[in-house]
Design a protein around this ligand. Structure first.
Ligand code: ADP
Length: 542
């Protein structure tokens, strides 16, 4: 017997219609590429998203065809989110921090027909347009009078002229909720990048989940600032969740340095922010150096790579801001777990609460997870046994775009490539990326643990731990560090700092001082490149 409820498809267009109808005067504030601040409302987003839909119709773009973006977090990007997907085309957010040849590869692979770009990225577009054969329309996200001249890009249009001609009347098409809505390529640290192709259904379900109290806890009383880029897994779904709850959205545009982000937070009374640890490092640096405080910020979601304990401490103790540690991946839309405590943890001593907060957290309803051993056997949730982390659920990848890489699933579960423990309360903790784990004498050493200790030293700005070949132990850990400006530290001082903080056999064998640690296109440490840089390095113990 079937249920007898209405069968409305879960569509992205319904999110913007809802925001416009129920939170029409809710504000969207953006710092523009030009440096000025732009303000308007959810109602304006809806009108202009409909103009985008009409403009795509006018170009003759077919259902399912891809529209690329090379853009910062800003209002025009937001309009494309709703206008492109809402009209049944697929939004392809391209990461502008990739190398131009990687961008061209991705655009060709996705077969983008239209490419909308912020003028900051004009040099990239000038370098690649001749190689992007499928792109028929290049659109600069600017006013007509700001359209760059003599660019060599054929038929370059300004976004404002492009949508300005169109009516803001458009009735969104209704279609199967499993239709593709947007796509995002993984950073491809191994082999060519592969794309996750999201659906309307997966996006709307993820938006519901992300807004839950134990996830991002978003409401109509929030002013939310996504520092995490809209070109990186849809800014963790924030644009969709924000429309769903009708919160205020604040976009930093290209200005992601500590000072600019701080000033915007204060000016726009931001209560909630989300980003990767490297960005928050800059923000905390700015606050510390100028003895500033947050007057409205209440909580921040930090994820994408392990959040150093020192950062959680700084936010909580020094600034009274709650840090929610989150874990996810491109293939998971991206949210998988978030770390919030349970009722029974309320009265725990602060130290024990802290050790829970360091974990990546509990699964969100919709994400089923397990850890398995080498033969696929399920491992116990005891907080100690570690294994490969597998996930499944309605916003988790089934197959990559164009079937690239074959069937990634193992008996219906997606292997995350992460190694983790899960405790009896369901708190998952990432030990490492499986490719970064250090295998020493048959035991595993977590590179994250080693990095966290170094990061807690007051002189250290950043730390990366990698394994080095060792004749007896197979691999031994070393830690590469950069120091804070003006700070001094010797190898022996840092090694001494480790004593008592990790088991003896896990102590790094050496400290290497470097000028910088390579950061990839999504703000994470690029250990592959660090390994290349240190390829002539020899362990003192080898
Ligand atoms: P990539 O393309 O680099 O995999 P993702 O953003 O999809 O980009 O990265 C997902 C990976 O990032 C996860 O599998 C995990 O290894 C790492 N990661 C994400 N969040 C965390 C976290 N909170 N702690 C540790 N690692 C994390």
């Amino acid at each position: 017997m079937l249920g007898q409820m209405q069968n409305h498809p879960l569509l992205i267009s319904s999110l913007i219609d809802f925001a416009a109808r129920h939170h029409g005067d809710g504000q969207i504030v953006s710092r523009r590429v030009e440096g000025d601040i732009h303000r308007y409302t959810w109602l304006d987003v809806q009108k202009r998203a409909k103009q985008v839909a009409n403009a795509l119709d006018a170009l003759g773009l077919k259902v399912g065809e891809r529209v690329g973006t090379l853009a910062w977090n800003g209002y025009r990007h937001l309009e494309l989110y709703f206008g492109v997907s809402g009209s049944q085309r697929v939004l392809h957010t391209v990461n502008p921090r990739l190398l131009p040849e990687q961008i061209a590869w991705i655009v060709n692979h996705a077969e983008d027909q239209v490419m909308c770009f912020d003028t900051t990225f004009l040099p990239i577009v000038q370098g690649i347009h001749a190689h992007c054969k499928t792109v028929k329309h290049w659109i600069a996200l600017c006013d007509e009078d700001k359209l760059p001249k003599d660019t060599g890009i054929p038929h370059l249009l300004s976004y404002e002229a492009w949508i300005g001609k169109q009516s803001s009347d458009h009735s969104w098409p209704q279609f199967d909720e499993n239709t593709a809505s947007s796509m995002c390529y993984t950073s491809g640290t191994t082999g060519n990048p592969k794309a996750a192709l999201y659906s309307h259904r997966s996006t709307v379900l993820h938006a519901y989940a992300a807004a839950l109290p134990d996830v991002m806890g978003l409401s109509a009383r929030d002013s939310a600032l996504p520092v995490v880029p809209m070109f990186h897994v849809n800014a963790w779904g924030l644009p969709y969740s924000a429309a769903m709850v009708g919160c205020k959205l604040v976009f930093p545009g290209p200005a992601m340095d500590g000072k600019s982000v701080y000033e915007l937070m204060e000016a726009e009374k931001v209560t909630f922010a989300a980003g990767v640890p490297t960005v928050w490092q800059m923000l905390l640096g700015h606050l510390g150096a100028n003895k500033l405080r947050f007057s409205t910020l209440k909580r921040t979601v930090i994820g994408g790579s392990a959040c150093p304990p020192a950062m959680i401490d700084a936010f909580r103790e020094a600034y009274g801001v709650d840090v929610l540690h989150a874990w996810g991946m491109t293939e998971m839309s991206p949210l998988g777990t978030l770390c919030t405590l349970k009722e029974k943890h309320k009265d725990l001593p602060e130290e024990q609460k802290m050790s829970l907060r360091l974990k990546q957290g509990r699964a969100i309803f919709g994400v089923d997870m397990k850890i398995v051993g080498a033969n696929g056997e399920e491992l116990p949730w005891d907080g100690k046994t570690y294994g490969d982390l597998l996930v499944r659920g309605p916003w988790i990848l089934d197959t990559y775009f164009k079937g690239e890489g074959g069937n990634p699933l193992k008996d219906g579960w997606f292997p995350t490539g992460d190694v983790a423990t899960i405790d009896a309360d369901g708190f998952m903790q990432i030990t490492d990326r499986s490719k970064d784990v250090i295998k020493s004498g048959g035991e595993w050493i977590s590179s994250i643990d080693i990095e966290n200790v170094a990061m807690a030293h007051p002189a250290v700005a950043m730390a990366a731990c990698i394994g080095m070949p060792h004749p007896k132990w197979d691999e031994r850990p070393i830690v590469a560090v950069t120091l804070k400006p003006g700070a001094e530290l010797t190898r022996d001082e840092l090694l001494k700092f480790y004593e008592g903080k990790v088991a003896k056999w896990q102590l790094p064998d050496d400290v290497v001082f470097v000028d910088s640690i390579p950061i990839g296109a999504t703000g994470k440490m690029l250990k592959t490149r660090l390994r290349e840089q240190l390829k002539n390095y020899k362990l003192p113990t080898a």
